[in-house]
Design a protein around this ligand. Sequence first.
Ligand code: FPP
Length: 215
Amino acid sequence: MDGNGRWAEKQGKSRNFGHRAGRDRMIGLAAHARDRGIKYFTVYALSTENLARPQKELDSLFGLIRRYFASNIKKLYKENAAVRTIGDLSLLPDDIAKLLTDGEKNSPQNAGFTVVFAIAYGSRAEILSAVNKAVERGEILDEAGFEKLLYTSGLPNPDLIIRPGGETRMSNFLTYQAAYSELYFTDVLFPDFSDAEFDKAIENYAGRNRRFGKI
Ligand code: FPP
């Protein structure tokens, strides 16, 4: 959800104002993605590197995450949607870690749509944690066995990764899982990333020929 800070600063507003707009846009996009028939919608809400931001900004982000998980997710449940969190919850304040765990536990069974929140998420930490678990168990793994040790266990690999905000890098996001994902980069800042912009990305994706290394 890149570009919230710049979007706000362009209007002379606080970065937190931008994050609130980003939160609102994320809620709108999740509903739109579900209406378009998408089954898994993942949002990169906080990276392990973002945790080094000034405490004031982190406190605002934690506040947004707290409020979202304490109230907004009930609307998702009502629509038979589930939530799932990927990341290292031990890096978060205890009450947030509990809200995220409960959010997952209280999700409807057999949901038709899942919103996956990457919070305190970093691919390097995820891969290292999986490797260390395997080493501890003295196991030699194949791909299926390794994938079970990742935070994303049980989730499909992403078909399409969209990065708004003008940067063309992956920033420690789903590095293993994205081996064959299609990538879409746009200069549009996240709060301006409308449903129509999302549809543009989907149309672009639909025109691609995915060969997965074959011919
Ligand atoms: C990136 O923009 C955005 C973030 C690091 C935070 C995104 C998180 C939220 C919007 C909180 C809402 C999440 C939930 C789960 C309710 P940036 O700050 O890096 O923007 P910039 O590059 O313009 O500075």
